[in-house]
Structures are given as structure tokens and as C-alpha cells.
Design a protein around this ligand. Structure first.
Ligand code: HEM
Length: 397
């Protein structure tokens, strides 16, 4: 077996950002290798672009159930109901339901409102002069947008955010306590979602919660529990990811002043710059699949039931796919990165929304804050899953 001595569940490997040198070494020497996990059988890590695409596009061989996170949940009650952990045919039906709220036409129609939110946040930040890019901007934009789309009252969005933080971005060293607290946060969030549901049952609202409540899957409505779980997925996925694209993207511009100047002089490059930020940052670093039969990946035998983890971060730095992959190039084309997944049925539902939010934010930020500069070191989230930044002090020079 291609066993390695590295432990990718050891979060201290990620304190300075993703271990890109290690990923390069793995791509070159052991592109499919076996890693340990605490209290579990371990997993196969897949590091090359082509292999990540291969796994992602063959859902019959590589299933999403029982979970797309490395460790199996202690209690599968909630996990098995999450869209992201499901396989056809149930996944196909549920995905169709939410797709309706995320068509490119619907997302593009949000542009004026998203711009209004961005301008409000930038005005506020400008008045402060010095501010925290994460706390004052990167967190607020995606949260305000997804809360409104789902149907969370504006003044209650921070409460919901506090729950998503406890589930996705808690990097305390006592991981057992983190897991226990996440369970409590889930319970509290479901109780809150139940209240929102109760106020809508007979309504004809247009928010996603109302749409889910009216949904019909083969003649049956979704149960209250199923709607609660959807609510949780949309709020978590909508607010815990795009914020790190915004922060990581801004940091990349600070670290590459020549690319920032090029972008400021050519705003037409923004769409390709956003794609490059997605590749560069890769806010979601991996997802897992489970092999459904004995098979091979790049010549390595994998047994039915084995866990297979696609390292998007590594695939996005693969020189075989991206010439000069270690260079941040705001004009890079083509740029078929896998930050939203590598194709297949689970491709990120919110990709167009995340792109829209980032494009408008950077359009306005570059135009209104040309003198924005870093005022301190970023504080990184200690995680092997979310490439996160918890704080980034900035100021207007
Ligand atoms: C930069 C921001 C984002 C990144 C990097 C990201 C990344 C991802 C990735 C890697 C996947 C899994 C793809 C796969 O397995 O093939 C995914 C799935 C998903 N994303 Fe995103 N995402 C982002 C923003 C959003 C937003 C704003 C939403 C809004 C609701 C969202 C909702 C979802 C949902 C619901 C799924 C599961 C889809 C399914 O299982 O069918 N994401 N995302």
C-alpha cells in the first residue's frame, strides 16, 4: 500500500495556509496515497488535477454517501439528509428543487441589490478608515445576500451566522468540544428554522424557504426536518465560503502589487481575476467520496468501501494543467480550476452567486479604495477543510 508518513488531519500543517510544497511533492511522487485519520480507517488522498476530475465525474464508482467529509459522523441522522451527502436518485430530485432559485437569470437579476449592499458596506468602512476586511466586509456581504435569499430577517442574520461559525469555522484545539458544540448549534438552528417555517406555512412567499415548503417531490412535500437541513446547508455554504474568496483574493492582490495595478488599469480583467482568485485561494480544500467497487486510480488499487479524498487545492496548483501554476496571473486563460468542484452532479450550486458577489465587491473596492493597504498580519483559520482567514487588518492610506 502507498502509505505516507504525513498526517493531513493534523491541522497544524495548515497554520500558515495550505501545505503547497507538500502537495507538490505528493503530486510528483505519490499522487494517490493513503493517510491516517483519527478514530477511522484512513483515506486515499488524490492530488493531481486529472485524477480529481476523474473521481468527481464518476459518481457511480465514487459515491457521496455516507458523507463527503473525511470522518463519518457519529450520528448520521442529519448528515444523511444533506444534499451534498446524497446520491441519485434522491440527490437528483432535491437538487432540481433548489436549482430553481439559482438559475443564472435569477442570480444576475440580483446585481443591483448586491451592488447596493456592497456600496453600503464600503461607505461604512471608508468612514472608519481602518477596519477588519473579514469582519467588516468579507463576512457581511455573503451573509446579507444569502439571508435575504433564504428568508432570514435582516436583523436576525448575525444570530444565524453565529451558528454557521460554530459548525464550520471553529478551530479550537479541543476538537471533541468543537464537535459537541456544533451539535448544539445545529439543534438551535433547527429550532430557529422551525419558527421561520411556522410563519410561512400558508404563505406564497418567494424566498427559498417558502419555495422549499411548497415543494413537491413525487407527490410528497418535504418534511419539516428536511427543510431544516436544507436551511442549514444553504446558510452554511452561502456564508462560510465566499467570505474566504473575498479575503484570500484581497490578500493575493496585496501580495502581488503588479497584478493589482494591472487589474486597476484594466477592469475588464475582473472576471478572469476572480477565476484566478478562486484557483489561488481554493476556499474549500477537499471533499471525499467512497469507492463503490474495487478499482484503480492512476494505477493504485482502491478497495470497495475505501474513502477517497479529492484535494482541490492541490489540483488547482498542478503544473500539468496550469502553466506556471505557482504564478498569480489575473489574466490567466484558460482557467478550468476546480474550486467549485471538478464537474459531476454536486458541482457548487452557488457558483454564479459567489462569482457575482466577488465581481461586484472587487469592482467597487478597486474603484473606491485605490489606497487600501494591509495594516497587519492575517490570522488564519486552523483547518484542513476551509482555507479561511479570521482577521485581516487594513487601512486607507
Ligand atoms: C467561493 C465560494 C464557494 C466555493 C469555493 C464553493 C465550493 C463548493 C464545492 C467544492 C462544492 C462541492 C462540489 C462537488 O462535490 O462537486 C460545493 C457544493 C455546494 N455549494 Fe458551494 N461554494 C461556494 C459558494 C457557495 C454559495 C454562495 C452557495 C449558496 C447557497 C453554495 C452552495 C452549495 C451547495 C448547496 C452545494 C451542494 C450541491 C450538491 O450537493 O448538489 N456554495 N460548493
Amino acid at each position: 500500500m502507498n502509505e505516507t508518513t504525513y498526517d493531513l488531519c493534523d491541522r497544524s500543517l495548515f497554520t500558515e495556509g495550505p501545505p503547497l510544497d507538500l502537495f507538490r511533492e505528493l503530486r510528483e511522487h505519490t499522487p494517490v496515497a493513503h493517510f491516517p485519520e483519527p478514530d477511522g480507517p484512513g483515506f486515499w488522498g488524490v492530488f493531481r488535477y486529472d485524477d480529481v476530475v476523474e473521481v468527481s465525474r464518476h459518481p457511480q464508482q465514487f459515491a457521496s454517501a455516507p458523507a463527503v467529509f473525511i470522518q463519518d459522523p457519529a450520528d448520521p441522522t442529519v448528515t444523511q439528509e444533506l444534499l451534498i451527502n446524497q446520491d441519485p436518485p434522491k440527490h437528483t430530485k432535491l437538487r432540481k428543487l433548489v436549482n430553481r432559485g439559482f438559475t443564472p437569470r435569477q442570480i444576475n437579476a440580483l446585481e443591483p441589490h448586491v451592488r447596493e449592499i456592497v456600496v453600503g458596506l464600503l461607505d461604512h468602512a471608508q468612514a472608519m478608515g481602518s477596519f477588519d476586511l473579514v469582519h467588516d466586509l468579507a463576512v457581511e456581504l455573503p451573509l446579507a445576500v444569502i439571508a435575504e435569499m433564504v428568508g432570514v430577517p435582516h436583523e436576525e442574520r448575525h444570530q444565524v451566522f453565529a451558528w454557521t461559525e460554530r459548525m464550520m469555522s471553529n478551530d479550537d484545539d479541543d476538537q471533541a468540544a468543537v464537535q459537541a458544540d456544533a451539535q448544539i448549534a445545529i439543534g438551535e438552528m433547527f429550532a430557529y428554522a422551525d419558527q421561520l417555517i411556522a410563519s410561512r406555512v400558508d404563505g406564497d412567499g418567494t424566498d427559498l424557504l417558502s419555495v422549499l415548503l411548497r415543494a413537491d417531490v413525487d407527490g410528497e412535500a418535504l418534511s419539516q426536518f428536511e427543510v431544516d437541513v436544507f436551511f442549514m446547508l444553504l446558510m452554511n455554504a452561502g456564508s462560510e465560503t465566499t467570505r474566504n474568496l473575498i479575503t484570500g483574493g484581497t490578500l493575493a492582490l496585496f501580495e502581488h502589487p503588479e497584478q493589482r495595478a494591472r487589474l486597476a488599469a484594466n477592469p475588464d480583467l475582473l472576471p478572469s481575476a476572480i477565476e484566478e482568485m478562486l484557483r489561488w485561494v481554493t476556499p474549500v480544500m477537499h471533499f471525499r467520496r467512497t469507492a463503490q467497487e474495487d478499482l484503480e486510480i492512476a494505477g493504485q488499487s482502491i478497495a470497495a468501501g475505501d474513502k477517497v479524498v479529492m484535494w482541490y487545492t492541490s489540483a488547482n496548483r498542478d503544473d500539468a494543467q496550469f502553466p506556471d501554476a505557482a504564478t498569480f496571473d489575473v489574466a490567466r486563460t484558460p482557467n478550468d480550476h476546480v474550486a467549485f468542484g471538478a464537474g459531476g452532479p454536486h458541482f457548487c450550486l452557488g457558483a454564479s452567486l459567489a462569482r457575482l458577489e466577488a465581481r461586484i465587491l472587487f469592482e467597487e473596492l478597486l474603484a473606491r479604495m485605490p489606497t487600501l493597504e494591509q495594516a497587519g498580519d492575517p490570522v488564519r483559520l486552523k483547518s484542513n477543510f476551509i482555507n479561511g482567514i479570521k482577521s485581516l487588518p487594513v487601512r486607507l492610506a
